[in-house]
Design a protein around this ligand. Structure first.
Ligand code: COA
Length: 253
């Protein structure tokens, strides 16, 4: 099982557990996470959601083999269901990030309410170097969070950044020693057991109300370009280079 879910002390935990592939996310894994989020949102016993990876890795992003073999074709694709469930979740979502959080691994953090990163965390949105474009409103939220200059480094150049930089630029709340991140994130999630659930839910809705339509419209605009780019010769070269363990050669385009 590559996604482990459990409700422990009022917290719906979603654990990404595919370490042999660096927690790369497949269609089946997105579907499981989407289902867990939808169920958690409707379950009165759940007061918060915790998303975590493994002690060495959060996630290396979308499974690149899936991108080549079964790319998302429409908005029913599991990745869309997952991100829609994230955005539609009225309960607080807390993320604990150890190691790498690449591609959608960083993008999904933009839709969490609390993000705790390890001192060994390494975030990156290498969409352009994969021949792709930003996804799930990162083209809107990243410049908004950190300003257009730093967003250009992260999105156009795909520069990786540390946990400390993630805090500095507003993506994360705090950096912790790697061995403490998951426990800290869980403690934050469990604090919602002592807070009035309807007030929490309505406050979260209010905080997101102004940006929701904009976020959804951006996701749609990005998705059209993203799905065309998945079939582009530039992306194919990048994906093949990854599996052949070589640098991509974009000089011919
Ligand atoms: N999709 C599919 N397979 C992946 C993967 C991904 N996103 N990330 C890692 N893997 C696989 C590798 O192909 C390798 O498989 P193998 O053992 O069958 O050869 C295995 O996971 C281990 O990965 P490896 O690259 O050898 O580990 P590493 O410790 O040297 O590097 C990363 C770890 C995360 C830095 C590196 O795997 C990486 O850059 N992955 C791709 C990240 C990416 O571009 N994601 C964006 C997708 S939009």
């Amino acid at each position: 099982m590559s996604i482990k879910t459990a409700i422990v002390n009022g917290v719906q935990t979603i654990e990404i557990a595919r370490p042999e592939k660096k927690n790369a996310l497949t269609r089946a894994m997105y579907q499981e996470m989407a289902d867990a989020l939808v169920t958690a949102n409707a379950d009165n016993a759940v007061r918060a959601v915790l998303i975590q990876g493994q002690p060495q890795i959060f996630t290396s992003g979308n499974d690149i083999e899936d991108f080549m073999g079964s790319p998302p074709r429409d908005e029913d694709a599991p990745v869309f269901q997952f991100m829609r469930a994230m955005i539609g979740c009225d309960k607080p979502i807390v993320a604990a990030v150890n190691g790498a959080a690449i591609g959608i691994g960083t993008t999904l953090l933009l839709h969490c309410d609390f993000v705790y990163v390890a001192d060994d965390a390494r975030l990156a949105m290498p969409f352009v170097s994969l021949g792709l474009v930003p996804e799930f409103a990162s083209s809107l939220l990243v410049p908004r969070l950190m300003g257009p200059r730093r967003a250009a480094e992260k999105i156009l150049l795909g520069d990786p950044f540390t946990g400390e930089q993630a805090v500095e630029c507003g993506i994360a709340n705090a950096v912790l020693p790697a061995s403490e991140v998951m426990a800290h994130a869980r403690r934050v999630a469990e604090r919602f057991n002592k807070l009035p659930p309807s007030a929490v839910r309505e406050s979260k809705q209010l905080m997101r109300r102004h940006s929701k339509d904009e976020v959804l419209a951006t996701i749609q605009a990005e998705a059209e370009i993203f799905s065309a780019r998945l079939r582009s010769p530039e992306a194919m070269e990048a994906f093949q280079a990854f599996f052949q363990k070589r640098q991509p050669d974009f000089s011919k385009f």
